[in-house]
Design a protein around this ligand. Sequence first.
Ligand code: PEP
Length: 252
Amino acid sequence: MRRNIVAGNWKMNKTFEEADDLLFNIADPLKEMDLDLTQVILCPPVLYAEMFTDIALENNFSVGAQNCSNHAEGAYTGEISAAMLKSMDIEYCLVGHSERRKYFNEDSKMLAEKVDQLLENAISPIFCCGEALEEREANTHFEVVGKQLYDGLFHLTAEELDNVIIAYEPVWAIGTGKTASPEQAQEMHAFIRSLIAKKYGQDIADDTTILYGGSCNAKNAKELFALKDVDGGLIGGASLKAEDFLAIIKSF
Ligand code: PEP
């Protein structure tokens, strides 16, 4: 179902005490906010999940993980399965973040398996896609993003896709302070929606939530969120400062 979403990806930041502090500074004001039309998802380091899920409902947010295994269970030391996430009341999980693709060599086959694991366990994947700088400069950005979607997501049925959120994150904009221009963001979001329409039909495309990610902050969120095909943001750096993150949530 299409809706306005602001998701915070804390990445590998914050010790337990720091996370507790930041969570309090976000969750306390969130409780008082009128969020009828906006959903907030926090994706902390999964080790701290319980601290978040314990207070999520009463504080108007949902909890997401940043990663899960592509396997269901077994001898995969260090991994965490989708079933384990579900058993900790986690409702969302990032898949295909460019840092996982780059530093952990996650390929499309593995990402498609992760998506399947999550859906089998009733967790909504937040599927990240986006081109590198060289790919945009070579004018292959549509091709690259299209392939990521076909390879990682488009094996799903329409019913399954309904539980997926897509995040367009140009790699050159992540953590760099360089944001996609409103024209670049709208153009790519419209393209993504058109691919979904081609594969699944216009109604499903119109019903899919597509977030923008990449140096989205309290200053540029309003302009980005106002774009026709942008349904909110996946926020990295700015989600680590309560004041900035809350301002982004208020940007719809
Ligand atoms: C991200 O890592 O998903 C992200 C969007 O990071 P940042 O907002 O810091 O660019």
